[in-house]
Design a protein around this ligand. Structure first.
Ligand code: ADP
Ligand code: MG
Length: 427
């Protein structure tokens, strides 16, 4: 929200950041600038550049556009119904992801194949297609690839990509504004509905009912539904049995972490795409170090590239080793692991940790566990909130900030507890 709208310009040893308005400028100045500076220090061996922030009015329109992509204004539901072009504009499909740039390996072969089959012959294939697997393994990529592939063949197909959170948010907005009928018509008029991260529907009864009706309508009309989630559909907690059984009517396929040869292939492909000169031995080194998440693999490559760029050096094994020295293979530690370690340390119950209880003896361990989950796993704020009994992402964000602030006061027992548990987990 704050960082993406910024535009940058580099002049000698100065980095100019353009913010769309004073509000953003202030926010960046207060909350992020030190952090940026800290990263620059870390990246540059020579004198790090100075950062200044200015206002640039023009990028307001960019912000506006971005918003539109994610949330469909209700006024559009009715207009969209029969206007294919408008529909395409709001389809939410990201052109960046296709089958061509999805590297196949043993771990994702079936998922890729089923997705490709569905896209090539979407009238005939199974319904629904359900892809599941942990975070950063290409589920969202495949959803967009299906969408793009169908739109390439059938320009006028009505394909809609929707993250579950957006579906829920759009529904709430429609309810507030009395436009629920338009909302329903919109979702029920598509040829192909791609819904990402279905686990976000957990415990949201109203939204689940709406999804259930949408599902039935689309299914009866033989329109396609493709869904993803972070675990096997039957295991999603807080989801109605009716929905779970519907999800199993078609084909359910898992994606697992890629093996080393696929990880190397992905790295070499990404490097080629970004015009980064990546020696094979370095690709192998990164692939050995990071083994369970493609997003992290990309992140490591970017980090190395930035370091090489700032130091005006080529990418070598030595530089990669230095850059990734402290990289923790995050996925090894699960949120469950963290929760168990925290309750054991504080001698409290798991059920309390994920409850709504607000006494200090529970909230503090909960905040520590949340902050550790953010530090040691790849889950997003929302996903972590979800794993703690359906808390909001802002609660997790708050916990992380609290830990960060308590760091300043090293004698603080709260921070000490955090460090003790962190040590337990990573050693
Ligand atoms: P998920 O939705 O499962 O959390 P994403 O689809 O967002 O994961 O993938 C994370 C990143 O990794 C994306 O940039 C995606 O392009 C990339 N990625 C994942 N799997 C592959 C793959 N097999 N080939 C190329 N890129 C991949
Ligand atoms: Mg995803």
């Amino acid at each position: 929200m704050w960082i993406r709208p910024l535009r940058t310009k580099i002049k000698k040893n100065i980095i100019i950041l353009y913010a769309p308005n004073y509000f953003v400028l202030d926010w960046i100045q207060n909350k992020y600038i030190n952090y940026f500076q800290y990263i620059l220090h870390d990246l540059c061996n020579f004198k790090p550049p100075v950062i200044i922030i200015l206002i640039k009015k023009k990028i307001n329109s960019y912000l506006f556009k971005k918003k539109k992509e994610n949330f469909i204004p209700e006024s559009q539901f009715s207009n969209l119904k029969n206007h294919f072009n408008a529909f395409k504009k709001f389809s939410g499909i990201n052109k960046k992801y296709n089958f061509h740039n999805f590297i196949e390996g043993e771990s994702n072969q079936l998922a890729r194949y089923s997705s490709y089959q569905l896209a090539s012959n979407f009238k005939q294939s199974y319904n629904p297609l359900f892809l599941y697997g942990s975070t950063g393994l290409g589920k969202t990529h495949l959803l967009h690839a299906i969408g793009n592939s169908i739109l390439k063949e059938k320009k006028y197909a009505k394909v809609a990509y929707m993250h579950s959170e957006c579906f829920i948010q759009n529904m709430i907005n429609a309810l507030k504004k009395n436009t629920i009928e338009k909302f329903k018509n919109y979702y029920r008029s598509v040829d192909v509905l791609l819904i990402d991260d279905i686990q976000f529907f957990s415990k949201k009864k109203h939204s689940q009912d709406e999804l259930f009706h949408t599902f039935n309508t689309l299914f009866e009309k033989k329109q396609k539904i493709i869904l993803t989630s972070n675990c096997y559909p039957k295991r999603i907690k807080g989801l109605s049995d009716l929905l779970k059984s519907r999800f199993n009517w078609g084909l359910t396929v898992s994606i697992t972490a890629p093996k080393i040869n696929t990880r190397v292939k992905i790295l070499l492909y990404k490097a080629h795409e970004k015009k980064i000169l990546l020696p094979k031995e370095v690709a192998l080194f990164i692939a050995k170090k990071i083994y369970s998440n493609v997003r992290e693999l990309e992140g490591a490559l970017n980090k190395i590239q930035i370091k090489a760029h700032f130091n005006k050096k080529k990418i070598t094994l030595e530089l990669a080793k230095k850059t990734l020295k402290n990289a923790i293979q995050k996925k090894k530690i699960s949120i469950k692991n963290i929760q168990n370690t925290v309750v054991e340390y504080f001698k409290i119950k798991i059920s309390d940790l994920i409850s709504k209880k607000r006494s200090r003896s529970i909230t503090e361990p909960r905040q520590i566990a949340m902050a550790l989950s953010k530090k040691l796993t790849n889950y997003s704020f929302s996903e972590i909130g979800f794993a703690f009994g359906g808390k909001d992402h802002t609660t997790v964000l708050y916990a992380c900030k609290k830990i960060k602030n308590s760091k300043k006061n090293k004698k603080n027992y709260f921070y000490q507890d955090f460090l003790n548990i962190l040590n337990k987990l990573i050693n």
